[in-house]
Design a protein around this ligand. Structure first.
Ligand SMILES: [Zn+2]
Length: 87
């Protein structure tokens, strides 16, 4: 049984493995965001930057943003094409 992803996803410090906390995040585009993270271990003290990129759509939005073009995950694209040819 894994307990790692019980609650919110957590990012471990790459140096000591302690949970790193997100200090501030900034959205640069609708699908790309950067954040500063800080290790919670006072004996470590590491700080760094992370980037989060949205790469695929699993369920399409009912109110899509016309400037956002995200590919469907490959398996769903096959399903959508199969539905398009049979429907
Ligand atoms: Zn650390």
């Amino acid at each position: 049984m894994t307990t790692q992803f019980r609650n919110k996803p957590r990012i471990p410090c790459p140096h000591c493995g302690e949970t790193a906390g997100i200090r501030k995040s900034q959205g640069l585009t609708p699908v790309y965001r950067e954040a500063v993270i800080e290790c919670r271990n006072p004996e470590c003290g590491w700080r760094g930057k992370i980037s989060i990129e949205i790469t695929h759509t699993i369920t399409p939005s009912d109110m899509p943003n016309p400037t956002v073009a995200l590919p469907l995950v490959p398996r769903l694209r096959e399903l959508a094409m199969a539905q398009a040819t049979t429907g």
